[in-house]
Design a protein around this ligand. Sequence first.
Ligand code: ARG
Length: 469
Amino acid sequence: MAQLWGGRFTKATDQLVYDFNASINFDKRLFHQDIEGSIAHVVMLAKQGILTVEEKDAIVKGLTGIREDVDSERLKISNEYEDIHSFVEANLIQRIGDAGKKLHTGRSRNDQVALDMRLYTRQQVLLTDELLKELLEVILYTMEQNVETYMPGFTHLQKAQPITLAHHYGAYFEMFKRDRQRLFDIFRRMNYCPLGAGALAGTTYPLDRNYTASLLGFEGPTLNSIDSVADRDYLIEFLAALSTIMMHLSRFSEEIIIWNSNEYQFVEIDDAYSTGSSIMPQKKNPDIAELVRGKTGRVYGALMSLLTTMKGLPLAYNKDMQEDKEMAFDAMDTVKDCLVLFTGMLRTMKFRKDRMERSAMNGFTNATDAADYLVGKGVPFRDAHGIIGRLVLYCIEKDTSIDALSLEELQAISDKFGPDIYDAVFLKTCVEKRLTVGAPGPEAMKKVIEKHREYLAQESITLPEEEKK
Ligand code: ARG
């Protein structure tokens, strides 16, 4: 047992209590952030004359030494310490003696952990954003290649109207673009430095919080010391954004699983992203898509868990808040893994364009266009809808499609049909004529694709170089 406190205690902590209370097992992830925050803190303390330059130099050297030793695995972060903050401080004191005992001047573990977690989360926001951008690149490339790849569009998983693959993928482009915008918003809102809030009420030392904030790449310091140590909104927002990303990935996965099924065969998932069955030799299963869909639950779980942890907490810090870490870390890892694998699966997936087009040609996806044709001949839409409904019924009975009927058969149902009906219900015409903004018509689609290209050429959110580690 190694802890930073004990002076006011007459007995040692019970071992079970110590183990239950300790967080080093999971907060060791915050090691780099803890060192970085401590360096900024002492640099500021020296600038303010609270520590001497010699003390600051000794501490910075000690902290960088610890970082090097841990990075090169000469030093192991061991579980004998209560948390990562205790590990760093104890090691520092071992290395440099008394100067090390001054590191924690004007600081509490409450603002320290608030800073570490914020630094860690901020970096995860950026990493997630980069992965989303790579996914968008793959989606956009597929869109560019498939402006004239026809497929049925669905509602209720029933064939509805013909669209293109570019158009369908375009829907996902919008979703993942919004996901990036959410991350950007979160980044901007969270990028304020809680260090200097102390335990909850600031400190009596003349800290320069603006300076610490700028050293750590923040916009500025947080403005209420109680909120600084009690706030986990940024993490909840991030978990909500991660949950939404997973919801999008899960819907996309579901579609790929359907498209990859024996009945559809719209796509073929690459062998490298498929798995076999231990008993059925013919099987090639879409496990990656299924796992992405499945892992969505645990990310939602992390969000629900933290919301619930926070809901009854009085101000300011409470130990409950230590529970902000494990599931959040798991959610961050899960989403990054899912994005990497999903993007790889998408990049290597093959489309069976012939089957997609054939599927769009049957199932009466052109029925709306046939009704619109009659509208063009002066029939009110509601009447046209009724006529085409009867026409579809006739086709179902004869097991045929609208475009395969003879003009006599068509005219038997409505004398408004003329020979130009065949062009009007031709699959490609049906798509080409849909030219409103956001519609699948290739000319409309190309304009949207151009906007997407410009969007992806823009700078992502970034931090000053040394903050990226
Ligand atoms: N391990 C703690 C956490 O993760 C660090 C803060 C401890 N502060 C305290 N007053 N016990 O929240």
